[in-house]
Design a protein around this ligand. Structure first.
Ligand SMILES: Cc1ncc(COP(=O)(O)O)c(C=O)c1O
Length: 309
């Protein structure tokens, strides 16, 4: 992912945007701001044993007025609410959003990655979660990029994605073991990232990003029931008019360009898929630049997606 390009365009380099950050970062934890590095969760924490939590990956960006805004915060909160509901965790999107904004302000972060997490705590070591305590935290970090550096090389994973019929494609903590296994395997094979493909040869998604392709000028967003319904994906479908439909691995290999997208990855060009090399990805780079402008409030039409910090 080429952040240099976007920061140059917008004249808001990351360090300048976050210059008000205090030396010691603060985190929101159950209703108050605390030092991020102070130990808080007991060893009996249910989420640590069983992955019984739900999280989001959100970003805020420095805006041209000198402030900052969170990109598509209500959509992230709604997805998190759905995951929390499945686990029986009480989740109030308005209060959860307020905690995010407070944490960003306390840390002086403008270009930031935001990680809210709701989880089940103590009360039993068993699998009936009803007696467990419930918790909510937010940490923010100066902006990080998922597929940092040059265009990524994708390897097809030997693992199948969690089927939606077993584990709904939401950001449930335990579900990400599947992504971790695929990422480890991809790295061991010399790739940067893994592509999940289903048993019928259809593209699902990457470990933390959705997949698009460009062929003869037409843009396609790979659709699959086991894939996370990505907010960046929806954003790009709206911005580019991409057609959302199932895509086979064979078709993806024949594409002119492939890119992946997600809140963390933003719009990331793919250099190669197994032994198939792609070229310069000019359309992807156009979308990358457009997305960078939209998330930073430089396109008035899409300011409705921004929540001011
Ligand atoms: C498995 C998976 N797919 C896709 C995405 C992209 O989703 P979004 O654009 O909502 O960040 C993510 C990132 O959160 C993810 O974890």
């Amino acid at each position: 992912m080429q952040l240099n390009e976007t920061t140059a365009v917008l004249e808001s380099p990351r360090d300048a945007a976050n210059e008000a950050a205090p030396a010691k970062p603060l985190a929101w934890f159950d209703g108050r701001l605390v030092a991020t590095d102070s130990p808080q969760a007991p060893l009996t924490t249910h989420a640590m044993h069983y992955g019984t939590g739900v999280f989001e990956g959100i970003k805020s960006y420095a805006t041209p007025d000198g402030g900052a805004a969170v990109f598509r915060l209500p959509e992230h909160m709604e997805r998190m609410r759905k995951g929390a509901q499945l686990l029986g965790i009480d989740f109030d999107p308005a209060r959860a959003s307020d905690a995010i904004l407070r944490t960003l302000r306390a840390n002086g972060h403008r270009d930031a990655y935001i990680r809210p997490l709701a989880w089940l705590g103590s009360g039993t070591i068993g699998l009936d979660v009803a007696p467990l305590t419930q918790h909510y935290m937010v940490v923010t970090q100066a902006a990080a990029v998922h597929l940092a550096g040059n265009a990524a090389r994708l390897g097809v994973s030997g693992w199948r994605r969690n089927p939606a019929t077993s584990l709904p494609p939401l950001k449930l903590c335990g579900g990400y073991i599947n992504s971790v296994l695929a990422k480890r395997e991809a790295k061991q094979r010399g790739f940067d990232e893994a592509l999940f493909v289903d048993g019928d040869g259809f593209v699902v998604e990457c470990t933390g990003a959705n997949v698009f392709m460009v062929k003869n000028g037409s843009i396609t967003a790979a659709r699959h029931p086991d894939a996370l319904d990505g907010i960046t994906r929806a954003t790009l479908v709206e911005l580019t008019g991409a057609h959302s439909r199932p895509v086979s691995l064979d078709e993806l290999k024949e594409a002119d360009e492939v890119f992946v997208c997600g809140t963390a990855a933003e719009v990331a060009p793919i250099a190669a898929l197994e032994d198939v090399e792609f070229g310069d990805n000019p359309t992807t780079r156009e979308f990358q630049a457009l997305y960078a402008r939209v998330v930073r409030g430089a396109v008035p039409q899409y300011e409705r997606w921004l929540t001011a910090v």
